[in-house]
Design a binder for this molecule. Structure first.
Ligand code: SF4
Length: 266
């Protein structure tokens, strides 16, 4: 079996504990306005068009984002960095896109990494079939679970889908006793206001079990904005500015009331 992957990041330090290799699987059922990996949304290989002007001449280069790999290929790639992972308490992370859009491949890869003695994390937005999520619990050491907006209508407006399925899946994971790090993008004009963050905090308080170990506040940034034009997509967050450090600290204080550790930046 092969999985479609659009990026492999070595020496990653923001996708779970320690030094990690992160595999970005293609395909996502959401379309968040701020997505900084828009090339990961389509479940198919995507064409990227790069234009460069030298003098009066414009040069156009096309490339394809997305290549097929087997679980054995991924083991071989991660194996090159295994010593760094072991020494730092790291491992591998499956991200995306939404890795649960390729559930059979993800399960096969997680099983292979478990057999080879790796720590494995899955970075998910939670908008997936419950049975697919259940099928990987046994082989996943840590879930990095995104929470974007507590109000379903607003969630639909900003991401293209309501949040009911996501919250049900999160609650199922909490009840399963899985280790979970919650990740909250902090985005002015979307969810950074006090009312929304209070609702989010109170929701977390109401569901959190001992498996929820960390809340990471991920400040909005514009890193992926230049990719949109190259994919023939429109970037809808032109007017959004990253949140101020003091505001992030205020939100951090709010979330500390849950009794869970809170960090800024993942
Ligand atoms: S869930 Fe993540 S990958 Fe999917 S559209 Fe939103 S930000 Fe992008």
């Amino acid at each position: 079996m092969k999985g479609l992957i659009f990026n492999i990041k070595r020496y990653s330090i923001h996708d779970g504990p320690g030094i990690r290799v992160t595999f970005f699987l293609k395909g996502c059922p959401l379309s968040c306005m701020w997505c900084h990996n828009p090339e990961g949304i389509s479940p198919h290989p995507s064409e990227i068009t790069e234009k460069r002007k030298i003098g009066d001449r414009e040069f156009v280069r096309k490339k394809i984002s997305g290549s097929y790999y087997t679980a054995c290929d991924l083991l071989e790639i991660a194996g090159r960095e295994k010593i760094f992972m072991e020494q730092s308490g790291g491992g591998v992370t499956f991200s995306g896109g939404e890795p649960l859009m390729q559930p059979a491949f993800l399960a096969e890869a997680l099983r292979a990494f478990r057999s080879a003695g790796y720590h494995s994390a899955v970075d998910t937005a939670g908008y997936c079939r419950k049975k697919d999520l259940e099928s990987i619990i046994e082989f996943t050491d840590l879930f990095l679970f995104d929470l974007k907006h507590p109000d379903s209508k607003m969630h639909r407006h900003f991401t293209g889908a309501g949040n009911r399925l996501i919250l049900e899946n999160l609650e199922m994971l909490v009840q399963s006793g899985s280790r979970i790090h919650l990740r909250i993008p902090v985005i002015p004009g979307v969810n950074e206001n006090t009312e929304t963050m209070t609702l989010m905090r109170d929701y977390i308080k109401s569901i959190a079990g001992s498996g929820v170990e960390l809340i990471s506040l991920l400040p909005y940034h514009r890193t992926g904005s230049s990719k949109y034009g190259k994919l023939g997509m429109e970037y809808r967050m032109e007017d959004c500015k990253p949140p101020r450090r003091e505001r992030l600290e205020e939100i951090r204080e709010m979330f500390m009331e849950t009794g869970i550790d809170v960090n800024i930046g993942g």
